[in-house]
Design a protein around this ligand. Structure first.
Ligand SMILES: [Fe+2]
Length: 275
């Protein structure tokens, strides 16, 4: 047995009496993978210290309103992986994706067809209409669609308390008896994830971008069904193939077109999974 193998065996041996079986499983796997990583890249002492400095800085950037660790998890695709593994939905249901950091509970109730745009905005006005159903196509009446989106300036209301009304581009819609809904908003535009900290430096150092493609967030809830947290993406948006947080699913991309009323609109149906 090589010296690194012996070292690993000795470390894992210290966990043989760990009282919490789940914590033991997680710790043993973390240690095995960490050691394998260090050996695979043949980590130098300087690189080890650069890593320590990066992780230290990541923690130091965290405040009540800035979570650099979650940003790191997002940009490494770990947040999306956890969502994928935890949302085991039936075939034929709408894909889920990440919640993101800009959800604020308590959005105002909006009437069917009402716009959730409150503040002045240069963006194109759009309509998102569709139907919420179960996997068999039965309409779900009274389903809640909790929606939020960034303004055309590139920021969510929660990011700009001095520039935007708190309720801007936020709204809770409910489906009608036939399961249909109609949301009025502005066309979603790309926006940057926070890139002025250590995670941004790591992205730049690897020639990666920090712009998310335009999307509207929707959190669907209906009695007897699993909650669905997802996005609706615009097919014409830039950055669809390089989302820094890996939230894009092909099935969630939609097309806005001029409808008979001259409005830019899209039809996007949601299929929920029974709880
Ligand atoms: Fe977003």
């Amino acid at each position: 047995m090589s010296a690194p193998d012996e070292l690993l065996e000795e470390i894992l041996g210290r966990y043989s009496d760990a009282p919490n079986p789940r914590l033991k499983t997680v710790m043993e796997a973390a240690i095995r993978h960490l050691h394998a990583f260090v050996r695979e890249v043949d980590l130098t002492r300087d690189e080890w210290f650069a890593g320590i400095e990066f992780l230290t800085e990541t923690g130091q950037w965290c405040t009540d309103t800035r979570q650099e660790w979650i940003l790191l998890s997002d940009t490494l695709g770990v947040s999306t992986l956890v969502e994928m593994l935890n949302y085991a939905a039936s075939e034929g249901t709408t894909d889920n994706t990440v919640l993101g950091p800009f959800y604020v509970p308590g959005s105002p109730e909006r009437a069917n067809g009402e716009s959730m745009l409150v503040d002045p905005d240069d963006g194109d006005r759009v309509v998102i209409r569709g139907r919420v159903s179960d996997v068999d196509g039965n309409p779900i009446a009274g389903a809640v669609l909790d929606c939020w989106q960034n303004a055309t300036a590139g920021f969510y209301a929660v990011q700009q308390p001095d520039e935007q009304t708190p309720e801007n581009l936020r709204g809770i819609y409910r489906t009608l008896d036939d399961g249909t809904f109609e949301i009025r908003t502005v066309r979603p535009v790309p926006y940057p994830i926070p890139y002025d900290g250590p995670v941004g430096s790591l992205l730049k150092g690897n020639s990666r971008g920090w712009m998310r493609p335009g999307h509207t967030h929707v959190w669907l809830k209906a009695d007897g069904f699993k909650e669905l947290i997802t996005h609706v993406f615009d097919v014409e948006s830039a950055h669809l193939d390089e989302d820094p947080v890996f939230g894009v699913r092909d099935s969630l991309i939609t097309t806005f077109e001029k409808d008979d009323n001259g409005e830019l609109s899209t039809t996007f149906d949601f299929v929920l999974d029974r709880a």
